[in-house]
Design a protein around this ligand. Structure first.
Ligand code: SF4
Length: 87
């Protein structure tokens, strides 16, 4: 899971069409059932590492793409590590 820092975001919306699973919304378009992600982004953006380089998607990204309620059932507050980062 990635989060966007609301203090850094300039609301340009360029990221919205880039997300392959349509998980990014312009704030004004955020569905009512996903409003809690505003607070999650604000809470975790300052705590997790900044991604400053383009990386390939995780190898299991397609397996996770269609799984519902990932935040409710699988969220881990620790920043994600990539296998290649720990090897
Ligand atoms: S690309 Fe997305 S996260 Fe980055 S400034 Fe624009 S709207 Fe914000």
């Amino acid at each position: 899971m990635l989060v966007i820092d609301p203090e850094e975001c300039i609301d340009c919306s360029l990221c919205v069409p880039e997300c392959p699973v349509n998980a990014i919304y312009f704030e004004d378009d955020l569905p009512p059932d996903q409003q809690h992600f505003l607070g999650i982004n604000a809470e975790y953006a300052p705590r997790w590492p900044v991604i400053s380089q383009v990386k390939d998607a995780p190898s299991d990204a397609d397996e996770w793409a269609g799984i519902p309620s990932k935040y409710e059932n699988h969220f881990n507050p620790e920043p994600a590590g990539r296998l290649e980062d720990s090897e």
